[in-house]
Design a protein around this ligand. Structure first.
Ligand SMILES: Cc1ncc(COP(=O)(O)O)c(C=O)c1O
Length: 424
């Protein structure tokens, strides 16, 4: 007998938010099969690693390089997490199971239920909080799909500071409502490449209509941070971001425990790797299967190389050992702005390279079909990025060998602000 009806909030059964929201984040570094290769300088003239002291909030920098397994979440961050909609629900996708004639169970962790509509708020709140604690008055960042920019704008406002958001030009044009919501939350958003930095001006001089890339937008946000002596917030890829995102997997573990369920497979989508890694890393000591779903148009898993590469196109930040298509790779303008990044987080790359984590690549067309199936069965319009994970899960459940299994899927965000890209 199924224990809870997920359309009725768990608190009505006496489960409190604090029974599900963890008190500590989980950092996978000490549990990796081999030590993580450290970031590397690539310019003999200057150390980009030393520069991090002027770029990141100090507490974030400390957490970036720690090998401590658990990090206590400060009370104020827990309060802001609750205000932002945590814990997010774990919902059984019964109609999808029926549609697919699947004899197992499909659950999804729904990060779209946060107030900004995606998992990105999980990493934005702590970074804005630590920056404000350290007396910083403004933060800067990049955004691809717009979800990270939205989360940064709100997190900065919640912590009483300003934010400057460099939004990849093609998304800036495709998604005017994103720009609007970032502004409503108090952020200041510009299209990247922009005229605000030397690097942006150089690119615009050569190509005034440049579509922009996440690599370029990161370079601009970091340059702007250094020029204005403010601090930069990281949206993905870095260890500390994945540690903050571990709240997804830690909550899911408690929710599955309440249900008396054990997953056979965990599925999520990968841009830089933060929602997927945050979701699956807390389960790493179990033998659960894990599948990372990326975009076929940005084929980092099938065509990328595991090597040191630049995080940002201008090379202001250090290099990381990761699976990468090359920092100068210009991806096609697919809807899923958040999946266009050229690389994947180092810890995730290591686990993909070792075979512990499986991968899938999904075309835009297939992700749009999955988006519609999910909307019509579950009532939720997923973000185009999340639709890739849904497509991978649908394929998994259609495979006869997987009948009877328990599938847990991370739906990283909703697509309600992306509707204009779906066409007539
Ligand atoms: C809704 C959503 N899902 C997934 C991603 C991919 O990023 P990451 O791999 O860091 O979770 C993004 C990035 O913008 C996003 O907005």
């Amino acid at each position: 007998m199924y224990k809870y009806n997920h359309f009725i909030p768990l608190f009505m059964y006496g489960v409190k938010n604090k029974d599900i929201i963890p008190e500590q984040w989980y950092n996978i570094t000490p549990d990796l099969p081999e030590p993580l290769s450290p970031p590397r300088d690539h310019d003999p003239e200057r150390s980009s690693i030393d520069l991090l002291n002027r770029i990141l909030p100090l507490e974030v920098l400390k957490q970036e390089f720690t090998s401590r397994r658990y990090e206590k979440i400060p009370e104020e961050i827990l309060r802001q997490y609750e205000q932002a909609g945590r814990p997010t629900p774990l919902i059984r996708a019964r109609n999808l199971e029926t549609l697919l004639n699947f004899t197992g169970k499909i659950f999804y962790k729904y990060e779209g239920a946060t107030v900004t509509g995606s998992h990105k708020i999980n990493a934005a709140i702590p970074q804005a909080y630590y920056a404000a604690q350290e007396g910083v008055m403004e933060v800067a960042t990049e955004t691809g799909a717009g979800q990270w920019g939205t989360a940064t704008a709100l997190s900065a406002s919640l912590n009483g500071i300003k934010s400057k958001i460099f939004m990849v030009n093609v998304s800036f044009r495709q998604k005017p409502l994103r720009k609007r919501i970032i502004e409503i939350y108090g952020g200041n958003v510009v299209a990247s490449p922009s005229t605000l930095t030397d690097y942006g001006r150089q690119i615009l001089k050569k190509e005034p209509e440049h579509p922009g890339t996440l690599g370029i937008a990161i370079s601009e946000a970091v340059q702007y941070t250094l020029d204005n002596n403010i601090r930069y917030l990281m949206g993905s890829v870095e260890n500390s971001v994945i540690t903050y995102q571990s709240i997804i997997g830690l909550e899911a573990q408690k929710q599955l425990e309440i249900e008396g369920e054990e997953p056979d497979v965990l599925i999520g989508c990968v841009g830089g790797g933060s929602n997927f890694s945050g979701f699956v890393f807390p389960f790493m000591k179990t033998d659960v299967e894990m599948i990372a779903s990326a975009a076929s148009e940005v084929p980092k898993f099938s065509k990328g190389k595991y090597r040191y590469d630049l995080i940002d196109t201008a090379g202001i930040l250090p290099q990381l050992k990761m699976i990468s298509l090359g920092a100068d790779y210009v991806p096609p303008p697919i809807y899923s702005g958040g999946l266009r990044y050229h690389g994947a987080a180092p810890a995730l790359s290591m686990l993909v390279n070792s075979g512990r984590i499986g991968t899938d690549e999904v075309t835009e067309e297939k992700s749009m079909e999955a988006m519609q199936i999910f909307a019509r069965t579950q009532g939720i319009v997923p973000a185009p990025e999340s639709a890739h994970a849904i497509a991978t899960a649908i394929d998994y459940c259609r495979n006869n060998e997987n009948q009877g299994k328990t599938v847990v899927l991370n739906v990283s965000g909703h697509g309600l602000l992306d509707l204009s890209i779906f066409g007539d």
